[in-house]
Design a protein around this ligand. Structure first.
Ligand code: 6PG
Length: 472
């Protein structure tokens, strides 16, 4: 009988795949990794901790042969066609009841298709989001598996062992049916984009508006990270200001070209939110600003046409810094609120049954958007599992009310200095609109009916109405 001694196999030994395997090995699991690149397979073995059981192979047949049944094989290869190609190569080698896990950032519709395809062959397939970057994979990531429940039950002990821990609770849980794991990871990344955008806006106001230098910026973000804004992204931001450029010895951050890249998960979140009809403007703006940043030469030309120099902000430094702190806190909550509201809607519309309290529980540690705020959100969902928007939670409303005044002041400050803060402005406008008992869209309905007879509803009786707008 073929029953190999290795507990877990990995396909793709890039740094994420290798680190995750080494993490598993450190926790006592015998692991085997495959890569076509013999160098990568060898590096897996040479970087393993002493006393662990780690093997690198260069053929899929070897990998499959070495694994205990039912085999557990994870793919960490680029999203898209490579995932399908690997699955096709694996199919002649694996058997019914084996488990294949896609740990990359695949689009959830691809995952949905693969779940159905492999279900027909009695292969258990899971789409699994993994967050935390290279370091997280090695020391404890946040893990978002979804799909085949049998696969989850089988993998649960292993995943719980390697995931990050918060209050001794592992940052892994079942995220729901079908493609829920990848869906939750996609929205995680959307929130990641939105918060990064906000931090960059605050940085801009502090640097160009208030004229702080990088040492001061480091100190401010470090201090913020020790308080209520404790967030992984703020922590790394504070560190970034200390890094020197090896070749020039200047601060590295100042040597980096202002064009933001992206692999697309933020855009996918916005696109899908539009399809679902759920507003996530903080994420839309973050994607748009990354896109705008790529038009560098046009921006240079426009800055000369409009002589758009930033103005130094007149306000005193300390109050301005406090306002920006509170604005970042306020608008970050809005980003999470939008992303979580999207998951709430997707859960029912796409029939994935996403447990939101488990989502925020898993996001408390290991992932890129981890923050002390997640504990507050976790409490909110523990109180009300069906909460459609965290802004409706009493505790969260108290936090927002405390910061609202400074949020508005910070936006004014930025506008005074001609510093773009589209993320903050959109967060505030979302808040104002969400809290508006009456929005001005009665006028939009009137216009639609005026030019297109699209009808409108009335505030005083049920039904659809059309008017012949004959007032010209
Ligand atoms: C994570 C990250 C990760 C992704 C980055 C890069 O959770 O560990 O989300 O999955 O590599 O977000 O994304 P962009 O290149 O699109 O910024």
């Amino acid at each position: 009988m073929n029953n190999g001694k290795y507990k877990f196999g990995m396909i793709g030994l890039g740094v994420m795949g290798r680190n995750l395997l080494l993490n598993l090995a450190d926790h006592g699991f015998a692991v085997v990794g495959f890569d076509l690149d013999a160098q990568k397979a060898a590096t897996l073995e040479t970087t393993a901790s002493p006393g662990t059981t780690v093997k690198g192979v260069t053929t899929l047949a070897e990998l499959v042969l070495q694994l205990e049944k039912p085999r557990k094989i994870m793919l960490l290869v680029p999203a898209g066609k490579p995932v399908d190609a690997v699955i096709e190569s694996l199919l002649p080698l694996v058997e019914e009841n084996d488990i294949i896990i896609d740990g990359g950032n695949s689009h959830y519709t691809d995952t949905l298709r693969r779940v159905k395809y492999l279900e027909e062959k009695n292969i258990h397939f899971m789409g699994m989001g993994i967050s935390g970057g290279e370091h997280g994979a090695r020391t404890g990531p946040s893990i978002m598996p979804g799909g085949d429940i049998n696969a989850w039950n089988n993998l649960k002990p292993l995943l719980q062992t390697v995931a990050a821990k918060v209050n001794n609770e592992p940052c892994v849980a079942y995220m729901g049916k079908d493609a829920a794991g990848h869906y939750v990871k996609m929205v995680h990344n959307g929130i990641e984009y939105a918060i990064m955008q906000l931090i960059s806006e605050v940085y801009d106001v502090l640097k160009r508006g208030i004229k702080l230098n990088n040492d001061e910026l480091h100190a401010i973000f470090e201090q913020w990270n020790e308080g209520e804004l404790q967030t992984y992204l703020i922590e790394i931001t504070s560190n970034i200001f200390l890094q020197k450029d090896e070749s020039t010895r200047n601060d590295l951050v100042d040597m980096i070209l202002d064009k933001a890249g992206s692999k697309g998960t933020g855009k996918w979140t916005s696109q899908d939110a539009m399809d679902l009809g759920i507003p996530v403007p903080a994420i839309d703006i973050a994607v748009a600003m990354r896109d705008l940043s790529s038009y560098k030469s046009e921006r240079v030309a426009a800055s000369s046409v409009y002589k758009s120099a930033v103005k130094q902000i007149a306000s005193k430094k300390e109050p301005a810094i406090k306002q920006l702190h509170d604005a970042l806190y306020f608008s970050s909550i809005i980003c999470y609120a939008q992303g979580l509201a999207m998951l709430h809607k997707a859960s029912s519309e796409l029939k994935m049954d996403i447990p939101l309290s488990d989502v925020v529980k898993v996001w408390r540690g290991g992932c890129i958007i981890r923050s002390s705020l997640l504990e507050t959100f976790y409490k909110a969902y523990k109180k009300n599992k069906q909460l459609s928007n965290i802004l409706l939670d009493k505790n969260i409303s108290k936090l927002l009310k405390k910061k609202e005044k400074n949020m508005r002041s910070a936006v004014k400050l930025a506008l005074q200095g001609k510093i773009p803060v589209a993320g903050m402005m959109s967060a505030l406008s979302y808040f104002d609109a969400y809290c508006s008992e009456r929005m001005p869209v009665n006028l939009i309905q009137a216009q639609r009916d005026y030019f297109g007879a699209h009808t409108y509803e009335r505030i005083d009786r049920e039904g659809k109405f059309h008017t012949v707008w004959d007032v010209s």
